[in-house]
Each structure stands twice: as C-alpha cells, then as structure tokens.
Design a protein around this ligand. Structure first.
Ligand SMILES: [Zn+2]
Length: 713
C-alpha cells in the first residue's frame, strides 16, 4: 500500500472519458496467428489521419494504443516510433492517449536478443517449467520479484510517459492459477523473508505472532506450498503456510504495481496510471490470480477489465473460459432471470460500482460490447432484436454508475471500421448521450449513491475461501436487486463510511476478524441494520475456530439454539428459523441460505428498517435503476430498460426525500420532457412517466431530476 493516497491527475475529472481502442499492432497479431491477410494495411489505416477525424467526430476523447507488447524495446522500436507519432497527432487534435504496456507477459525469444539476462526474469513453476501466459503462443510470465525485470518494466513505463502518454496502462499484472505460479529462487527467498518479518524471532511481537500462527519462528527452509493441480479455489486454504503464500502473491503484486505507479507519477504527476485489474467481480475470484481489489485498486487512477483473457461476464450462466475463445454454451439460459441480456448489465454495473467504491475512474462497456457480440455469435441475440441497444445499454450503464464518462465505444478498433449506415446511427446515439452527460456532468461527478444496502467483502474470505464468496454474493446481489434493494460493495477500507448504509449484509464471511466484528457491533448499536446468513464468524481471519460464532452476541440466544443443526453450507433436516431482533438503536436479522428469496428480502427489509430508498417499475419488464444525490441536494433517479425489445409501457417511480421537491423533471438523451406531476407523502415522492407523455415512444434510458427549493438559492 502507498503511504499516502495517490494524487489523481486533474484531467481525469475534467475530461469526459469516452474511449476507443486501436487494434493490436501486426507483430502481436502475427504472433498469435489467425490474423487477416491484410493485417498490415489494416493497422496502417488505423494510424491514419482519417481515423483521428472519425474518432473526434464520434465524440471520443481518449484513444487506447498498444505501446509495448512484451517482445523487447529494441525489437518493437519501429512499432513504438509509429505509435509515438500517432500519439502526437492524436493530442494535436485534442485527444488524450492511453498507452497500454504489456507487463505480465514477455516473449523471451525476441527479448533475449537485446537483454541477455532476461532468461533469469521468467517465472519458474513447481515443476521447474516456465509459466505460459496464455493468449500469445510463446508469451511467458515474468517474475514480479525480479529486480532486473522490474527495472526493465520501469524503463518501458517511463518511455511511455516521455512519449507524452496521458495514461499508462499496466496490463496483465497477475498470476496463473496454482500450482502454475512462480517458485523461482528469488520468490522462495522473498517468501522466507516475508514470513520472517511477520513471524521471526527478531523481536518480541513477531516472536509471539510466530508462536501463535506456526508454533515456531524459523522459516529458513520453508518452500512454497505444493498446491493441488488445477487448484481453483474449490477448497479452503486452511494451513497458515498456504494462507501466507496467497498473501505473499498479493504483496508481490502490490509492490510491483506500487513501484511502477510511483515511478510514473514521479516522472509526470499529470500522467494517470491504469491497470486491467477487473476480473468480473463475481467470476471465479480475482484473488486466485493474486489480485486483491482493496490492495491494488488504490494504487492506480483507472481500472478496466482484462483484455488479454477471455473471461465471460460473471452474471452470464456460462462461467469462465480463460485464455481461449468461448465455446458455444450448452443449452438455454437457466431461466428468464438468468437471461444474459439482463444479467450482463448487472455485472457491468457491479464493476463500475466497485471502481467507484475505491474512488478511481473506470470503463467497462468494452466488455459489454464484446459480451453482446458473443451473444449474437451464440444465437442468443440477433442484430434485429438488439438494434442499437448494445451501444445504448453500455452508454446508459455508464451514465448510471460511471461519473467520469461514457466508457469505451469500440474495443476492437475505432468506430470508423463499422459499416457506414451503422456508424452514422451509432454516432447519432453517442452524440445524444454525450450532450446529455455534459449537461449533467457537474451533478453526476459530485453525487453520492443513495443505496441503502451494502454487501460485505473482505480479503480473508476471498483469499482463503475463494470460490464460495464470489458465487454466492452474485446470487444474492441479483436476488436483492430483483426485490428492489440495490446494493454496493463494502470492503474494510470503507468502514469509516459504514453509517451511510441502512443495512449491511454479511452473506459470505466464514472468516471474520475481531475488528470487523467490533465495527458491526458498534454500527448496529448506533442504529444500523445487519443481516447474517449463516454461522459466519465461527472462524477468525486465520481460520482458527472460535467457541461460538463471533456475531452470536448480537444475534442473541435463539440464534445459538438453532446452531447445532448447522453444518457449513447445508442443513440437516429443517433449516433454522429466521430471526429478527432489536439491538441498541439498530436491528439484526438471521436468515439461512436454504430459505426462500422472500425470507432473504424480509430479513433485509427488517434490518434496513422500511422500504427501499427508490423504486422504478414498468409493466412486464424489470428496468435497472439507480439513484444518487448531487452536492446541491438534487436527487437523480436513473432508469434503463434492459430487455432486448424497445421499451413500451410507462414508468412508475418513487423516491425517498425528506423535503417536498419543487419539480420532478424527466430527462433523456436527445429528448425534451415537461416536468411530471408528483405526490409527496410520508417522505416519499411518487411520479410517473406515461407512454402518452413520452409521445408514444419511451426512451431506453431516462433520468428523473427531483429538484428542491434550497438547491436553487
Ligand atoms: Zn519468482
């Protein structure tokens, strides 16, 4: 972790971030194979002035270029020169340039020609083999503890800064799954030192910690643990030796990202640092790859999903397909609830909310475009029923959850590569959304969400019990969203801010640190609501078993009576009865996973003390909604239609507000509306946008502004 929070470049807030990406340069695509015959000409076209013109015309403000691909600075020299020239021309037209540098993959056969030491930079797994990075045929993972590699990586980053990059994107900084990770002599030595520093005999505190954790203080002969083949987080990580190894990988990536981020910022404080850390929040854990959101996101200014790996969005029922092209999914989606068109946007929203929780800029609609293309490829959606919706869905989700801009319009290449007619249609849509964003930008940037419910996440559970929290939090968030309770993630970093939520759900926390237990207890006593799903907190953050679950005192004697029937994830016989109780000024509720969705919603309603803070309804479909409050007090209620067909019926909405609004104005890109009639009763404003009021054509996205007298003074 950095000593102080990273200073954020001003331009990130000042610019409306709308991006498009150049294709990968020919040398990368030739290496991967399967490129089109005219790959050289295609890239040349992408670098031309016409491309820049089309980007500017489409409203793009940030262009992604591949600056370094892992082959070696000498080997890539000509390519780097070409892209440097493009960067200068792009900036002359007022565009910002993001330079992507490949860090988690090196190509030794070319790099060796210029860096003879580089064979010592490579990861070596437990079998003594180099670790393939996937994606490229011969790309190998470098060791993030290797000084030689880190210096080279620093040189690459600074070269990108000196070339005038506005943002340097650190790509692919992660590990393969166990046991295909680095056990080179450097890592072994660093692991021993990591253990000694925390648990060695050199001072009294660490000596005691070592005795408590390992029963000894000697780590001279420790080796990385032998993890099972294809270990994918399906079993707990229980042994301290294995747990510390998981933490060691996170620490190694923290040091690597922190060092490169600081080097870039020192060279130019206005150059932003980005990383492709997002792995789909609920897909198989990012922690399996050594990535920890609370440790790593604060080190950068900007996050986006990994491009180098094909990871299906976690809300999609098809799971993960690392490293390769996704296969045709077997069978139909499990249920309409799981229809990708609905679930996918929830996943995009989850990633944007995550970035927002850590205060960094993000873009994710690139993933949206890719996912929607996949749906078309799989025959689950067609051009006809999607219309321009993929683009519009991405834009709408960004308006709802990304105050920094509208995300990525084109990942595989500039918009100019589309067919003429489609391009004009897309550009018209983008322009309307851009005008809309610009008009409301100040309010959106200053706003805080009104979400009443937060779902608790922490590193111990995600590192040592990685498969379970992801799957179950996914299910839970979808359930709550369907019941009108929109949620945000809550990590321990955000404990100082916990009182802004009416309810915290501890859904998946087999391990619970004393600190978290104390925070939850104080939070409830001061008036908060807590929902607990099982005997969470039976173990502390090292997995040591407590005499009774740590939250038992809050949940009271009836909770303990129900416990003998509990086994970790399933119940023998009848599931325990739900339980609700007042504690201090607050409320706690227990509900078992085996109970129905209604039980879950009842527990949340009780703990949150009343109705959801807002509601948006439409006959026959379920619009996605989100509400925020701008700094001047104005409430902004977003509603986006996610069904593949154009929205038909009117929207019925309500939102909690302690004062009577002066007016409620529906706003939509490219449309003008008159204020709608509203009622204000019991601290809640209710209103409707009927199909008639919308001239028979409902917008796919609409934002209601509830304005107040005081706001205008
Ligand atoms: Zn190593």
């Amino acid at each position: 972790m950095l000593e102080q929070p990273k200073t954020r470049p001003e331009w990130l807030r000042e610019t409306t971030l709308v991006s498009a990406a150049l294709p990968e340069p020919p040398l990368v695509r030739k290496y991967a194979g399967g490129q089109p015959l005219d790959v050289d000409q295609e890239y040349e076209r992408a670098l031309r002035e016409e491309t820049l013109e089309s980007l500017v015309a489409a409203g793009v403000t940030l262009v992604w270029v591949r600056f370094y691909s892992g082959f070696g600075l000498e080997f890539e020299k000509a390519e780097i020169e070409r892209v440097r020239d493009f960067m200068v021309r792009a900036q002359a037209r007022g565009l910002r340039v993001a330079a992507a540098v490949q860090l988690g993959l090196v190509v030794p056969e070319t790099l060796l020609l210029e860096e003879q030491e580089c064979h010592n930079w490579l990861q070596v797994n437990a079998d003594g083999q180099h670790v393939l990075a996937g994606g490229h045929a011969a790309g190998v993972r470098p060791c993030y503890n290797c000084e030689g590699f880190l210096r080279y990586a620093e040189r690459v980053c600074l070269l990108a800064v000196d070339a005038g990059a506005d943002l340097v994107q650190l790509e692919n900084v992660s590990y393969n799954l166990e046991p295909d990770t680095c056990c080179c002599p450097l890592c072994v030595a660093a692991f021993r030192d990591f253990l000694r520093q925390q648990y060695g005999a050199h001072d009294e505190k660490t000596r005691q910690a070592g005795l408590a954790r390992f029963g000894h203080n000697s780590f001279i002969h420790v080796r990385p643990p032998a993890m099972e083949d294809d270990w994918s987080g399906s079993s707990d990580v229980r042994a301290p030796h294995e747990q510390e190894w998981m933490k060691f990988k996170v620490r190694t990536l923290t040091a690597c990202l922190g060092r490169l981020s600081q080097a870039i910022t020192r060279r130019d404080p206005e150059c932003a640092v980005g990383a492709d850390l997002l792995r789909g929040r609920y897909s198989l854990g990012e922690t399996l790859h050594g990535v920890s959101y609370p440790a790593h996101i604060p080190l950068v200014d900007f996050v986006r999903p990994a491009r180098a790996f094909s990871i299906a969005h976690p809300f999609s029922p098809y799971g993960e397909s690392p490293g390769g092209a996704p296969e045709h999914p077997a069978g139909e989606p499990k249920s309409p609830e799981l229809a990708p068109a609905y679930l996918h946007p929830l996943a995009v929203a989850a990633e944007l909310k995550l970035a927002h929780a850590f205060g960094v800029a993000a873009e994710t609609s690139a993933g949206a475009a890719r996912e929607l293309k996949l749906l078309m490829a799989w025959g689950l959606a067609t051009e006809t029923n999607l219309g321009v919706a993929p683009l519009e869905t991405g834009l709408a989700l960004n308006l709802m959850h990304n105050p920094f801009g509208l995300g990525c319009l084109a990942e595989d290449g500039p918009l100019g590569s589309q067919e003429q007619a489609a391009r004009e249609e897309s550009m018209k849509t983008v322009r309307a959304y851009l005008d809309f964003y610009t008009r409301h930008k100040a309010a959106l940037l200053s706003a805080r969400s009104l979400a009443a419910v937060a779902i608790y996440h922490d590193t111990a559970n995600e590192l040592f019990w990685p498969a379970t929290p992801h799957g179950e939090n996914q299910e839970l968030e979808a359930k709550l969203e369907a019941g009108g309770w929109n949620c945000e993630p809550l990590y321990p970093n955000q404990f100082p801010d916990i009182s802004r939520y009416r309810c915290v759900v501890v859904a998946c926390a087999r391990l619970l640190a004393d600190e978290a237990v104390q925070v939850f207890t104080r939070y409830v006593e001061a008036g908060g609501g807590l929902v607990v799903f099982s005997h969470w907190g039976k173990h502390d953050e090292w997995g040591r078993e407590r005499a009774q679950p740590a939250l038992a005192a809050l949940l009271g004697p009836d909770y303990l009576d129900g416990l003998p029937a509990l086994t970790p994830l399933c119940y023998k016989g009848e599931p325990p009865k739900p339980l609700q109780r007042q504690v201090g000024a607050g409320r706690v509720a227990f509900v078992s996973w085996a109970r129905s969705d209604e039980g879950t919603l009842a527990a949340v309603s009780f703990a949150a003390g009343g109705a959801p803070p807002w509601s948006v309804q439409r006959e026959g479909t379920r619009p996605l909604s989100w509400a925020v409050q701008a700094a001047d007090g104005t409430l902004l209620l977003h509603a986006a239609e996610l069904s593949l067909n154009a929205p038909a019926g009117g929207l019925r909405c309500s939102i909690a507000c302690d004062k009577q609004p002066q007016q409620v104005l529906p706003c939509a890109p490219g449309r003008e509306f008159a204020p709608v009639a509203f009622t204000w009763e019991n601290g809640r404003a209710s209103f409707e946008l009927s199909a008639e009021a919308a001239g028979g054509q409902m917008p796919r996205y609409v934002m209601f502004r509830a304005e107040f007298q005081a706001a205008q003074q």
